[in-house]
Design a protein around this ligand. Structure first.
Ligand SMILES: Nc1nc2c(ncn2[C@@H]2O[C@H](COP(=O)(O)OP(=O)(O)OP(=O)(O)O)[C@@H](O)[C@H]2O)c(=O)[nH]1
Ligand SMILES: [Mg+2]
Length: 458
């Protein structure tokens, strides 16, 4: 029995709802056999053949009724998505029809697929590594063209090749270490520790670059959190609405209108941005406001960027000074926004130094494009514009990458002081952890957690 227990699975692969066509996927050793029992091809060509498409009808053997006119496309193993025999049934895109087709195939002996089961089979049959699986999840979930581009690049396999090459270098060193440890009497060259240190440091540097690319990929995939902060009444909620293009947040002339953080997603070119409106920072008037302000501080801790919003029409107040203090303490990069630029100016950019300043009017829309450009510029300056160089990792994979870096660091730190067998253990740990990232070395439980995020039919 193979890793998939010989079962043939089936699922509707298109979303619920009406459309011209709907797709049912069948994968497993009996895929063609169970279709043979219900599918009547129109032409003379015998079904199934090599990879080919067949027009015909599906007929329910129980009552002889035609279930739908369909096109069945066959992909014989191993040249299919899952690596097994796969049949794709293109039926009419009505949930009623698709439900009947699926029911028919299940009665013929297929089992309903679990979420992510097709992708899991593709992985188990070596058609995809785990980095490609992660990329596939992102292609399906992407909301910006940039996210799609990043994911397709990873699907092509470049990050996998980068990591496999790093792992191969470590394996090489590990094998040589083991050889000198296990066969000391053979005339194997002694380990040159200086050279080993240099090589391992280079591997670690490459791994750090890979980890940075993964952190950036995570930011692009998840959306950049940009927090609007400022004292009450400077126009944070107005600015959120202006950037969103709709009246999402409540705006009033009463300071302290926003009591809780509020998050909305906008697309800025290739980037997905999660804008967070917050309660104005000041000495709180009541308990609700105090809780809201507490949330503002917390939002700032995980921000990619803070937009410090000031009212250009009012001289800076002690509350504004508090805002500057809070932002400096939060430690995230800051872009100062001088809002209400439609009114006579009472604050200069110099007063907000050293922060870069953008003048806008949330009321008239003036300066908003410059603000968007400044945000894009900030992202680019932090390495987020070269999407082709970024990497997408799932939570388990990031953890494994961290473990690999730690083991390698321990090995490097210990070189010269620890025994070679300890060194070998650390290298082995790093190699095993890197294997988890690509999927060369991964346990079934971790696989469950990776694939459960997919929907049925994927
Ligand atoms: N003239 C002018 N008025 C603005 C502008 N932006 C906001 N306002 C006004 O400023 C007042 C406060 O706006 P809000 O968006 O509620 O300000 P806020 O910073 O969210 O305030 P809190 O939620 O209390 O912290 C409202 O009366 C807005 O109409 C602007 O660009 N120009
Ligand atoms: Mg507000």
């Amino acid at each position: 029995m193979g890793p998939t227990r010989g079962e043939t699975i089936a699922a509707v692969a298109t979303p619920p709802g009406r459309s011209a066509l709907g797709l049912i996927r069948v994968s497993g050793p009996a895929a063609f056999d169970l279709l043979r029992g219900v599918f009547i091809p129109r032409g003379k060509r015998p079904f199934p053949a090599r990879a080919a498409a067949f027009v015909g009808v599906l007929r329910d053997p129980a009552d002889g009724e035609v279930v739908d006119q369909v096109v069945v496309t066959t992909f014989p193993a191993p040249h299919s998505f899952t690596g097994e025999d796969v049949a794709e049934v293109s039926a009419h895109g009505n949930p009623l029809v698709l439900g009947r087709v699926l029911g028919l195939l299940l009665r013929q002996g297929a089992r309903a697929a679990e979420p992510g089961e097709f992708a899991r089979r593709a992985f188990l049959h070596g058609k995809m590594d785990l980095l490609a699986v992660e990329a596939l999840a992102q292609v399906l979930n992407a909301t910006t063209a940039g996210q799609v581009r990043l994911a397709l690049n990873q699907l092509e396999g470049l990050p996998t090749r980068r990591l496999s090459e790093i792992r191969a270098r470590l394996l090489d060193h590990h094998v040589r270490l083991e050889a000198t440890l296990n066969f000391p009497e053979e005339a194997i060259d002694e380990i040159d520790e200086r050279r080993l240190a240099r090589d391992l440091a280079a591997v670690l540097a490459d791994l750090e670059r890979f980890a940075a690319a993964a952190r950036h990929g995570d930011l692009v995939a998840g959306g950049l959190r940009i927090v609007l902060a400022g004292r009450p009444n400077t126009g944070k909620s107005s600015l959120l609405n202006a950037l969103l293009g709709r009246e999402r947040a409540i705006v009033t002339a009463v300071p302290g209108t926003t009591r809780d953080t509020l998050e909305e997603t906008v697309t800025l070119g290739d980037l997905s941005v999660r804008l967070v409106d917050t309660a104005g920072l000041r000495a709180p008037g009541d308990q609700v406001e105090a809780l809201g302000i507490d949330r503002t501080h917390r939002a700032l801790q995980s921000a990619f960027l803070a937009l410090a919003v000031f009212d250009a029409a009012t001289p800076l107040t002690p509350d504004d000074a508090e805002v500057r203090h809070a932002l400096a303490a939060a430690g995230c990069p800051v872009l100062a926004v001088l809002n209400k630029s439609d009114l006579p100016a009472r604050v200069t950019a110099a007063e907000l130094a050293p922060w870069p300043v953008v003048r806008v009017s949330a009321l008239t829309g003036e300066g908003l494009e410059a603000l968007r450009e400044a945000i894009r510029g900030e992202a680019a300056s932090r390495g987020l514009s070269q999407l082709e160089d970024l990497v997408l990792l799932g939570a388990q994979q990031s953890e494994a990458l961290d473990r690999a870096r730690q083991a390698l660091r321990r090995a490097l730190d210990g070189l010269g002081t620890i025994y070679h067998d300890m060194l070998s253990v650390e290298l082995e740990e790093a190699i095993r952890a890197l294997g988890l990232v690509t999927g060369e070395d991964v346990d079934p439980h971790t696989l469950d957690r990776i694939f459960e995020r997919f929907c049925i039919g994927k």
